[in-house]
Design a protein around this ligand. Structure first.
Ligand code: FE
Length: 233
């Protein structure tokens, strides 16, 4: 099997939200797709270990906020890679509670859906939830929806372990600039630190080697420490 073929799927990037009995839950997903037109139904895939999975089963509702191409790194980090199960990820971001009771993200979002679960299917590592759409709203934001393919290309980050598209040996490629410098991989999120590119958003100039990075530099995607990085070949 050629696993690279799976990268030809473009997908999108979404925040799936739900209201648990304890707090609001949400996570980044790339699998959300319309499965029927009449009535409109949307399916999502959620890892069994994900706290949102239990909350969706209990509440029977979920929302999908469609992220745009300029989504902030902070939002991706909080909803995609933070593992503290006690944290309400929505707390630091503009959001509202929809008609179903599910939380909806209002920033970096171009449209949202609210769904009521009509069927859930145990598919091994994940549950497939199929929801009937109760609300569909387009926000007046003139930005393109983020695709997973574009995200991989521009953000150089791989799928986290609980994602349905996770691959243990992700083949994200560093820049073509053959500076000869060693690249470093974040074992948590798959981000590759490429010295040829540096990390301009964090004030790290192109040409800065891993050794030259300040000790308090952290992974710009998931926030783990510099010393957690491993050489990437
Ligand atoms: Fe990381």
């Amino acid at each position: 099997m050629n696993y690279d073929a799976f990268y030809a799927f473009s997908y999108g990037l979404y925040v799936v939200g739900t209201a648990g009995s304890d707090r609001l839950h949400g996570y980044i997903a790339n699998t959300a797709f319309q499965v029927t037109a009449e009535p409109p139904q949307i399916a999502i895939s959620c890892h069994k270990d994900n706290g949102s999975r239990k909350a969706i089963q209990e509440s029977g509702i979920f929302s999908i906020s469609v992220l745009h191409e300029d989504v902030s790194k902070e939002l991706v980090t909080v909803f995609g890679y933070q593992n503290d199960p006690t944290v309400d990820r929505f707390a630091g971001f503009s959001h509202m509670i929809g008609v179903t009771g599910a939380p909806i993200l209002l920033e970096d979002t171009i449209a949202y859906f609210e769904c009521r679960v009509v069927k859930s299917v145990d598919i091994g590592s994940h549950f497939l939830f199929i929801g009937q759409v109760e609300a569909a709203v387009e926000l007046k934001v003139s930005k393109e929806p983020m695709t997973y393919r574009y995200y991989r290309k521009t953000r150089k980050a791989a799928s986290p372990k609980n994602s349905p598209t996770y691959q243990a040996k992700d083949k994200l490629t560093p820049s073509d600039d053959k500076s000869g410098q060693q690249c470093w991989l974040c074992p948590s999120c798959g981000y590759i630190y490429d010295p040829a590119e540096g990390d301009p958003d964090s004030g790290i100039a192109p040409g800065t080697s891993y050794k030259e990075l300040p000790n308090d530099w952290i992974c710009p995607v998931c926030g783990i420490s510099k010393e957690s990085f491993i050489p990437y070949d």
